[in-house]
Design a protein around this ligand. Structure first.
Ligand SMILES: C[S@@+](CC[C@H](N)C(=O)[O-])C[C@H]1O[C@@H](n2cnc3c(N)ncnc32)[C@H](O)[C@@H]1O
Length: 335
């Protein structure tokens, strides 16, 4: 889920986004589904209630702990896995009937100041979904200025990326940047004051740093390919994205995998180049209807795309073919 003003302020438990169109477009639901972004379990519960067995995957241990309170209701029909969806083909020996991915962070993650995702609440500059590995503070305090600017530009589409990166480096030479509000303030000072109705000036920078900390685009590209390997013929892949950078990757994947775009994949054998591995179910991305927008304004940037697996063998795509925005790697020894 993208970070925007509503999400930052939200206190309610996570409300599943675009769940109704997923259930309608994927009906009848049954067999074995994998929910690669379990979160509060909203999708998983709906899939279980519709008749499927579910493998729920989340990289955030907190999400799986919260499920302990209710998972007993479903007995062994619900299996929980702590892991990333980039490896989702390793979580079941049985080919899957469906995979759902609801990208980004949950309301619970945004709402807990100590997780460090929110520029509206003071907390440690963390942003790690899995709660391990380098944090946002590590990135912000050690990446060289060019890399910081590239991350802000490529992952946040922040046009003032160079100005913000310069200011971050100036601040951290005096003292490390350790909290969310410190960073939000540094970013806000680099940008014009927002007009009423405009988003907080730190929105794009926080999105960019969160994406970098959690390697979200690599996860997405790998996850789509893993789903292709894991689904049985006829199985469905449903992906909900929350900003244009994510949606572009998903759209491109389905274009290439369905043969609606010429496949120039240099890894694929010539004989398989234009064989459709997915049929497109959603010709255009599906967004929230007026009712969902009314009930859950956080859904407003959500886009759903669905494909149905064919019998063609799975392929490995060059992530570059998916148009992954990739800032160049950090140069060694520079700060
Ligand atoms: C938007 S929430 C999902 C909400 C869920 N659909 C629901 O209805 O409750 C996204 C969840 O996916 C998890 N997540 C994000 N990227 C992941 C990845 N690469 N692998 C596994 N889990 C991931 C986050 O930790 C978060 O809990």
């Amino acid at each position: 889920m993208a970070e925007n003003g509503d999400q930052q302020q939200g206190r309610a438990p996570h409300i599943p986004v675009l769940l109704r169109p997923i259930l309608d477009l994927c009906a009848p639901i049954g067999g074995l589904w994998l929910d690669g972004t379990f979160g509060a379990g909203g999708y998983a519960r709906a899939l279980l209630d519709a008749g499927a067995d579910v493998i729920g995957v989340d990289r955030d241990p907190m999400a799986l702990q919260m499920a302990e309170a209710w998972r007993g209701t479903y007995g062994d029909r619900l299996t929980l896995v702590a892991g990333t969806f980039s490896n989702l083909d390793q979580y079941s020996d049985t080919p899957l009937d469906g995979v759902v991915l609801d990208l980004g962070v949950s309301s619970m993650q945004l709402d807990q100041a100590e997780r460090g995702f929110s520029f509206m609440k003071d907390g440690p500059l963390d942003m790690r979904m899995s709660q391990d590995g380098p944090s946002a503070a590590d990135l912000v305090n050690t990446a060289d200025e060019t890399r910081l600017a590239d991350i802000l530009y490529h992952y946040g589409e922040e046009r003032a990326s160079r100005r913000i990166a310069k200011s971050i480096v100036e601040h951290r030479t005096r003292a490390p940047i350790e909290t969310t509000l410190q960073l939000a303030e540094i970013v806000a000072r680099c940008l014009p004051r927002p007009k009423p109705g405009q988003s907080h000036p730190a929105t794009r920078s926080f999105q960019a740093i969160r994406i970098a900390v959690n390697t979200e685009f690599t996860e997405l590209a790998e996850g789509l390919m893993a789903a292709e390997r894991a689904l049985k013929p006829g199985g469905l892949l449903a992906v909900v994205s929350f900003h244009s950078l994510e949606d572009r990757i998903v759209k491109r994947f389905f274009q290439l995998a369905s043969g609606t775009e010429p496949n120039t994949n240099r890894y694929a054998p010539q004989s398989t180049l234009n064989t459709a591995r997915f049929d497109i179910v959603t010709k255009r991305a599906v967004g929230p209807d007026d009712r969902e927008l009314d009930e859950n304004p956080r859904s407003r940037s959500a886009k759903l795309r669905i494909g149905r697996r064919t019998t063609a063998p799975a392929q490995t795509l060059d992530p570059q073919a998916l148009g992954l925005p990739e800032p160049p790697p950090q140069k060694k020894g520079r700060r």
